[in-house]
Ligand binder design. Sequence first.
Ligand code: ISL
Length: 577
Amino acid sequence: ETQHKWWKEAAVYQIYPASFKDSNGDGWGDLAGITSKLDYIKGLGVDVIWICPFYDSPQQDMGYDIADYEKVWPRYGTNADCFELISKAHALGIKVVVDLVINHCSADHVWFQESRSSQTSPKRDWFIWRPPKGYDAAGKPIPPNNWRSFFGGSAWEFDDHTQEFYLRLFASRQPDFNWELKEVRDAIYETAVGFWIDHGVDGFRIDVASMYSKVAGLPDAPVEEPGNPFQNGGAYFINGPRIHEFHKEMHKYMVSRVSDGRELLTVGEIGFGDERNFKEYTSAKEREIGMLFNFKHVSVGEGEFKYNLHPYSLKDFKLAVAESFLFVNKTDCWSTIYIENHDQPRSVTRFGDDSPEWRTVSAKLLALLEISLTGTLFVYQGQELGQINFKSTDPKDYEDIEVQGNYEMVKKEFGENSPQMKKFKQALPVISRDHARTPFAWTRDAPHAGFTTADTPWFGLNSTFKDGINAQDELNDPNSVVHFWKKALQVRKQHKDILVYGYDFEFSDLDHDQLFAFTKKSDGKTLFVALNFSGHDLKFNVPHSASQYTPIFGNYGSIPEPSVPLRPWEGRLYYVE
Ligand code: ISL
């Protein structure tokens, strides 16, 4: 049975430090900037902040390439700034979760420097080194297998110094740790986990949590994308043979390290898997991770190669959304509800309608969907404003290494004028990670929306701050998306028994292509939710027709009887008695 826990009913606000608030005018957000905005965050009614990596890093992958787990990157401030942020947040009753990036580190980390110094270095096996498979006609070394990096090209990097390749599933300078060695795991726990527990954090968002364990022998991946020398090797490292053993071990370490009895929030970036895996990761009795991020719903329409988009139906989306939490039903497992993060585009553009006519109401509709679902709710900075994507198909307008790396790969493998390139460019304004990474818009009237006083921010703002998508204008407008989110978070708390913890979820009209409607239960109560994913009026079948419907909440002010058609992008929550 589902137990109530603080971290299940908390609302978490995710902060991307580079793009939240710059306090010293160098064009980058920083920790003191976050501290200066704690009142704004508190005002939203969230309980926790998760701060993306702020550790020392050469920033090849925006801080997910960590060179020192125990030191703040100087542009983000000092360790003292970080400890101050934690204590000021705590004083306001806000808990703090940090990112735990331990599938890989940066090639600048001293451990990797030692490892690459020679083939006989005592730390050689701390990373995954292999000799070339052979040499091509031009004498170039051939990678040990055909795995593709998430950022394009081979997942292997050749190191001239020792004439071997190291595995790096992500960027060229993000070497994967060799988790097979106990010595490596202990060293990771001690620094990346222990140091931050000692400094008072309330939990961890665990990066790439499903990929630490690679299948022995590192076999070639089957060819799913003909013509490309590099293939998706996920079957050999996602949810690998020892992954659950590793999480059990790390969980034990965390529990033993906490000295004051606080219970940590842990959320694993699991991405893809089957029900058996989701349950094993998150079941309380397995003692691994508190909850997980499933990627199914945010990936609908993406290809085996992410940027190869294809059409999908609302039914595909509904089923994918449900996969996030259905496995939790009346068990001791748990999951998350989210629709944006720093790796995803803006949800209004992707799943709502970002035209001036429907932006506000469709952003509110997505909020209604999220507060109605079972799991811990995560809101990403700017989502509470109904931020939208910027519209560019030119790779030059994008910063992200994932865009740049895959652009180079498509160019090299297929050419600048190929149909593959055309598809790639069309995908950019839809799904690039950069849409989430434009600096936060605080006000309309200051340069760069008040994010920085520098002439040039590290990444340009979305120009929509001039059209009212900024915190100040929205706080001044009672009908804005931000005010709706505040209310929505209160409603979720008020009705948490059913909204947060409800069970026996059931779709109505699953095949319907505009209607997202469902029923779920809690002890003694039944909830019915109807959401119109279209820009026109929608009449729908009312289930439980003999029953009494009591309105709870909606995005059009007054809430009529369910027999009244839904207005464009209208959503309604009712109790059914
Ligand atoms: O972003 C993705 C899909 O768009 C994923 O492939 C993503 O790279 C993967 O989920 C892992 O993400 C995490 O680790 C990466 C980092 O770039 C991401 O920002 C982070 O969330 C490497 O550390």
